[in-house]
Write a protein that binds this ligand. Structure first.
Ligand code: NAD
Length: 509
């Protein structure tokens, strides 16, 4: 049985039906949790219902994943897994438009952004197909030892059953970043998408069946953080937990996983700085600054949400930023020309508006935005918002807002810029803009972050490692680093000499 057919071919998406849980290759009713509504954040309309998994569903899914792992997937060759990954990539591209439309309806992002996401999703499955094949060549690779009586070879073996818990900002892309490397490694999966954006993860279940992925290799449980997510993390037969989301949830997951010594990888939040030096081209800087904070409505973990501008260039840059930010077309992601959609949900909207209101109340200087657009009464819309001269102890400067809200302030010299940038509990990304390449290189080295962009912000390549330092997480996704998240390395060491070892039993005795 397939998940219900939706009306995704219409210009928008109004009814996607009632969606079940994908367990062991079939669509299953939730055992205890019932269903929850899926809301389009641009229209506030309910566009479907998804099953709310609870502990008994989690147990069923983990058991299915374990059977699939032991039943052959865990021992299959990388080359055979690559065939499925490539088939999934192809199917995703066949359904690109449809998947992108589901993403717009579910998440609110503008359609061109969603189409771009789906290209990346397919690219991710293709790249991990290549890495799965390459993994076969790495099996039994010899390790040089200082004692030639011994020989060690290395095996790279899948971790087992992986629990994967993802957020709502790039619903299918975040799933791909986890599912594709796990499949490539030979792990089996229980995926839990965010309760706010379950639709495309559900389609991943249909895609798995379309390409004949063995039953139980991928299971998709929709549902809430506690009953579904926490139950999954706590399940004793889960070997690895991979999580992307907020710091408080990441911390809870790490504590729970510690009870069973499960391995964890965490991709968490950020408050990433963007440093603009006074030799930068202002127009170029404004373009990248806006891309860094308004793309995906600012709901980007790596959003460069703290702007540091050298004092000499600040008045001009602020003026152009205010002008351009006010021109951004806000609206339904299905409308042509929309550059800023709604925030993902009512609760996210309320959270972002509360952060803006707090800034206002505390007298932080609002350069532009800060309001619901006058022509949009329905939907979770907020104008692109920029605060300037933000005090370094203000929550707008220190805390992740996760919306189209930029906090800016000036600096005098390079040392001050780096000190301000690094004064954060987060360390996901950072950007620096200057015509002086030597300065860019120096600053890049000094910034405490997992990702540094020079003269740009946000370009993300599937081949490059993704992840942060400090409270922004543990581990790296993407590239071969992503694959290692789902592999255990085993050493196989043999004694190759014909001579007796002779510790207890001496030769000649
Ligand atoms: P969230 O932590 O609220 O939820 C993320 C996921 O965890 C959801 O699927 C949720 O249902 C689940 N969850 C909630 N409580 C849980 C629990 N106790 N146990 C297990 N699972 C639980 O985060 P969000 O609001 O969905 O996403 C926004 C956050 O994600 C931001 O902080 C953002 O920076 C971060 N993020 C980081 C990256 C990255 O790569 N570093 C990427 C995207 C988003």
């Amino acid at each position: 049985m397939a998940s219900p057919k939706s009306d995704v071919h219409s210009s928008s998406v109004t009814n996607t039906g009632r969606h079940l849980l994908f367990i062991d290759g079939v669509w299953a009713e939730p055992m205890e949790g019932g269903f929850f509504p899926i809301v389009n954040p641009a229209t506030e309309q309910v566009i479907g219902e998804a099953a709310a998994a609870t502990a008994p569903d989690v147990d069923k899914a983990v058991k299915a994943a374990r059977r699939a792992f032991a039943g052959g997937w865990g021992k299959s060759s990388g080359a055979s897994r690559a065939v499925y990954l490539r088939a999934m990539a192809a199917r995703i591209m066949e359904r690109k438009e449809e998947l992108a439309r589901l993403e717009v309806a579910d998440n609110g992002k503008p359609l061109p952004e969603a189409l771009w996401d789906i290209d990346d999703v397919a690219g991710c499955f293709s790249m991990y197909a290549d890495l799965a094949e390459a993994l076969d060549q790495r099996q039994n690779e010899p390790l040089a030892l200082p004692d030639d009586r011994f020989k060690t070879v290395l095996r790279h073996e899948p971790v087992g059953v992986a629990a994967q818990i993802i957020p709502w900002n790039y619903p299918l892309l975040m799933a791909a970043w986890k599912v594709a490397p796990a499949l490539a490694a030979g792990a089996t999966i229980v995926l839990k998408p965010s309760e706010l954006t379950p639709l495309t993860a559900i389609e991943l279940g249909n895609i798995a069946n379309d390409v004949g992925l063995p039953k139980g290799v991928l299971n998709v449980l929709t549902g809430f953080g506690g009953p579904a997510g926490a139950s999954l993390v706590a399940h004793p037969d889960v070997d690895k937990v991979a999580f992307t989301g907020s710091v408080p949830t990441g911390s809870k997951i790490m504590m729970k996983a510690a009870e069973d010594i499960k391995t964890v990888s965490l991709e968490l939040g950020g408050k990433s700085p963007f440093l603009v030096f006074d030799d930068a081209d202002v127009e170029n800087a404004v373009e990248w600054v806006m891309f860094g904070i308004f793309w995906n409505q600012g709901q980007v973990c790596s959003a460069t949400s703290r702007l540091l501008v050298q004092d000499k260039i600040a008045p001009k840059l602020y003026a152009r930023l205010a002008e351009e930010a006010a021109k951004i077309k806000i609206g339904d992601g299905f409308e042509d020309g929309t550059l800023l959609g709604p925030l993902v949900s009512k609760s996210q909207y309320d959270k972002v508006v509360a952060a803006v209101d707090r800034g206002r109340k505390d007298g932080v200087k609002l350069l532009t935005g800060g309001n619901r657009p006058a022509n949009l009464n329905t939907g979770y819309f907020l104008e692109p918002t920029v605060f300037v001269d933000v005090p370094t102890d203000h929550p707008l400067w220190r805390e992740e807002v996760f919306g189209p809200v930029l906090a800016a302030r000036t600096f005098h010299d390079e040392a001050e810029a780096v000190a301000l940038a690094n004064d954060s509990t987060f360390g996901l990304a950072a950007a620096v803009m200057s015509k002086d390449k030597g300065r860019c290189a120096r600053v890049a080295e000094a910034l405490e972050a997992g990702i540094v962009w020079i003269n740009c912000s946000q370009p993300t390549f599937l081949q490059a490692p993704w992840g942060g330092v400090k409270k922004s997480g543990i581990g790296r996704e993407l590239g071969h680093w992503g694959l290692e998240n789902y592999l255990e390395v085993k050493q196989v060491t043999s004694y190759e000499s014909d001579d007796a070892w002779g510790w207890y039993i001496k030769s000649g005795n």
